[in-house]
Ligand binder design. Structure first.
Ligand code: S3P
Length: 431
């Protein structure tokens, strides 16, 4: 079983970049696969989740060549996907199962989608409802509307749909189905979730308009292949940002990071906590990317995170909890019940792990109260099969007295291949 050992870090002075953005890599493969022509993705994330999407599109008849570890060429099927010969394994990836469902719902064949134990516990009613309204026949085989999913694709008809959750996976599933539905579809979400699909669709030649909180798309539409540079994943950069922000005297420069404003609310939260962070956008479209610099100063201060900010730092709450553990005062995270439906029940697991490090935490139904500034002691903690929980625990280990062991870290491969090596390098340089 893979594990990562960490010891207290004294200094950090580093400059590097992180692997490609997971959300954008998924979308590049999916949109490239249904477009006409050959799409080139540079900076593709070769993590297990994105490889699940890549293999899924191959199973639907797309030829995909990996010309380099982080570069792929996708020969789009021009809207003519083939029926898969077997059920498709989506692994650990919620983005794969939910976005792919939106695609296959509009094709005249049956697709069965399944995943690992964690994916089999994730709720699917949020996408099953709109897809059924579009006219697809969808069966959630797991109890409580959970995977496996069997989707009998149909000729879809446009619908208006208002989602009760601010979820980019639901929004993207909807938009992918709407591309195949005849007529005017509209989608509304309670607050703005990450907008990668909206930014990428025009790059593939699709058109839609936004009206207040709604997206209006007329279908059917065909996509044209394109070339895309995938920026570094802000969510992967986040681990190092918190490490540098909490370590007095630290200096860190992260290059070519995605700076899409629907993803970067962690920067605002850390700035409120007194962190020294600067972001500079160097390329604005289709996805903003640039440099982040962090300097570690005095002790961080507690903050409050809630409401509209939550969807824009949803994947960063495990590492924000680490910043909260270092900060003076009690940090309150509210309106984050969605965390119970991620790769693990993140509110429960963050609570469990922080307590093992000696950090007082109160778990609420939709959030956490974290009392920071206490002495952090090295601990042996489990990843609970969740990549972001494992990486957050490793970062907290750098601040702990003594030795920390994060167990069962194979899950990190889903989003950040090379994380353990980067930890070892930083450890070596920071002795
Ligand atoms: C993602 C959206 C988010 C996020 C996930 C990736 C995406 O999920 O947590 O890691 O690529 O669309 P929700 O949209 O369900 O909140």
């Amino acid at each position: 079983m893979k594990q990562i050992e960490i010891r207290h870090l004294r200094k950090l002075d580093a400059e590097f970049s992180v692997p490609g953005d997971k959300s954008i890599s998924h979308r590049g493969i999916l949109l490239g696969g249904i477009a006409t022509g050959t799409t080139r993705l540079r900076g593709f994330l070769p993590g297990e989740d994105c490889l699940s999407t890549l293999h899924a599109m191959q199973a639907l008849g797309c030829r995909i060549d990996r010309v380099a570890p982080d570069e792929v060429l996708i020969e789009g099927r021009g809207g003519k996907l083939l029926a898969p010969a077997e059920p498709i394994d989506c692994g650990n990836s919620g983005t794969t199962i939910r976005l792919l469902s939106g695609i296959v719902a509009g094709y005249p064949f049956t697709t069965r989608l399944f995943g690992d134990d964690s994916l089999s516990r994730r709720p699917m009613a949020r996408i099953a409802d709109p897809l059924r309204k579009f006219g697809a026949e969808l069966i959630c085989e797991g109890a409580g509307d959970r995977p496996p999913l069997t989707i009998h694709g149909k000729q879809l008809k446009a619908i208006d749909f208002s989602s009760s959750v601010a979820s980019a996976q639901v929004k993207s599933c909807f938009l992918l189905a709407a591309l195949h539905a005849s007529g005017k579809s509209s989608f509304t979400e309670p607050t703005l979730s990450r907008d990668h699909t909206e930014r990428l669709l025009p790059a593939f030649g699709a058109s839609f308009r936004t009206e207040k909180k709604s997206i209006i798309l007329h279908g059917p539409q065909r996509l044209e292949a394109t070339e895309l540079d995938v920026p570094g994943d802000f969510s992967s950069a986040a681990f190092w940002m918190v490490l540098a922000a909490g370590l007095p005297g630290a200096k860190l420069t992260l290059r070519k990071v995605g700076l899409n404003p629907t993803r970067t609310a962690l920067i605002s939260a850390l700035l409120r906590m007194g962190a020294g962070i600067m972001e500079k956008v160097e390329q604005p479209t289709p996805e903003p990317l640039g440099t982040i610099t962090v300097t570690g100063g005095g002790r961080l201060k507690a903050t409050q995170v809630s409401g509209k900010e939550i969807p824009n730092l949803i994947d960063e709450i495990p590492i924000l909890a680490v910043a909260a553990a270092l900060a003076e005062g009690t940090t309150e995270i509210k309106d984050a019940g969605e965390l119970r439906h991620k790769e693990s029940d993140r509110l429960a697991v963050i609570t469990k792990n922080l307590r093992l490090f000696g950090v007082p935490v109160e778990e609420k139904p939709d959030g956490l109260l974290i009392e920071g500034g206490c002495r952090i002691v090295g601990a042996e903690v489990e990843s609970h099969g969740d990549h972001r929980i494992a990486m957050s625990a490793a970062i907290l280990g750098f601040f702990a007295k003594g030795r920390t062991l994060v167990k069962d870290t194979a899950c990190i491969e889903t989003s950040y291949p090379g994380f353990a090596k980067q930890v070892a390098l930083i450890q070596e340089l920071g002795r």
